[in-house]
Design a protein. Sequence first.
Length: 454
Amino acid sequence: MLTSRRSILTGILSGLFALPLLKGARAASSANGRKALVIGAGIAGLAAAKTLADSGFSVIVLEARSRIGGRLHTDRSLGTPLDLGASWIHGTRANPITELAQRFSQPLFDWDYDNEEVFDLTGHDGRSVERFEIFADALEGFMEENETSLSRISAKNAIRKIRQQRSLLQLTDDEIGFLAHSLLEQEFAASTTELSLAGVDEGTAFGGPDAVLPDGYDKIALGVSQGLTILTEAVVDRIEHSSKGVSVSVAGKVLEADYAVCTVPLGALKAGSIAFSPPLPDTKRRAIDALGMGLLDKVYLSFPEPFWHETVLNFGRISTTHDAFAYWPNLFPVTGKPILCALNAGAFALELEKLSEENRRRAAFEALQTMFGRDIPPPVTSISSAWQQDKWTQGSYSFLPVDVAPGARTALAANLNSRVFFAGEATVADYPATVHGAWLSGQRVAQEAIAHAR
Ligand SMILES: Cc1cc2nc3c(=O)[nH]c(=O)nc-3n(C[C@H](O)[C@H](O)[C@H](O)COP(=O)(O)OP(=O)(O)OC[C@H]3O[C@@H](n4cnc5c(N)ncnc54)[C@H](O)[C@@H]3O)c2cc1C
């Protein structure tokens, strides 16, 4: 099966740039006659391909998976669209992803994080919003005081120090653990031991509320992909480059082009899944090693009917194991179906990935029983992500570990010979680890290639 697929692909690749059909109408009327290969059909690769194609380049996107979208991955097996990768547009005002959602007629559902209920070890407790604010204010104050050494301080050490402040003395250790996990580990997909305060501080944000896409985030990728030439199950394993152009190896065949845009995730770069010739410069190699690839996974549980407050969007669970099943978005208001989602990050998410789907479901259900009581009905079914095990991503998204300067992202983004360009969420210093950051990075490198080709 694999062999026949490879040979079909090889056949297609043999004449790829030569085929008028694959060149497309835009390429036929190409103003500059330039060819570009884009590696990866995630949102960064699609942004780059679209920008290059619109500017008259002949573009082929090479995607290892059998689907496009990368970390925009919507599953519909439970009868409604559920996102296993990104869910939220973070900051919908002036966000390019909001514009894309409008362009592709995608409805948005504004997400109110303050609409929440937190369950502690003794049952339901309503002090959560106030506690979040006290904790966030204390952390922010600490970061301002230590502005010049943020890269050297782990989030864990910062929390240890602010723990002694009067405003936080009223909180229990389990509450502090829950807040640290909810505000930092879930957000940055990394443990507070690894994450630096520079990582907490990096980047900027669009304004306005966050929103989810009820019809699925993959609609954005599908919308952008229209009219592009994309080969799926096309695994790139080598990129050669010189000042004259690039050669990209796919399934034993070599494609020649003027430019390549590499958008493979940091996790895949760390694993060395693509060989570069000449080898990557030391600065880029060091950046790949130094930046962290975090882990965030989701478990969706589908129930016969809701047993929770249907209109509450967020449920929190304070427990003695702070990173286990602490955050539960409620999908009922979005999908009209009795579905809850658990988000887990870092070490606990990694442990969960080792379990079967059935055992992940059981563990999630037991956590829910500590919140809603032992009598709740068991889930009918579930689906979950395992982004660390995913060969083409090897993690969820990037973060800045302790002792790594934000400049590592710039080093990762640097091009080779103005012929091989690097895009993707990990290359972005202003909006790292987001869909819009990845999108903007793809547009940026495409503009650089366009400028070089003039
Ligand atoms: C669980 C989770 C939740 C998230 N939540 C949010 C959120 O709510 N909001 C938000 O803004 N962001 C979120 N993110 C981050 C966001 O999904 C990513 O930042 C963004 O989608 C990354 O896009 P990309 O194009 O850089 O990478 P990808 O989407 O990973 O695309 C890279 C592509 O390269 C392909 N590839 C890899 N190796 C090869 C190879 N050798 N040859 C060919 N192709 C290859 C991959 O298959 C993939 O399709 C989340 C991510 C995860 C995992």
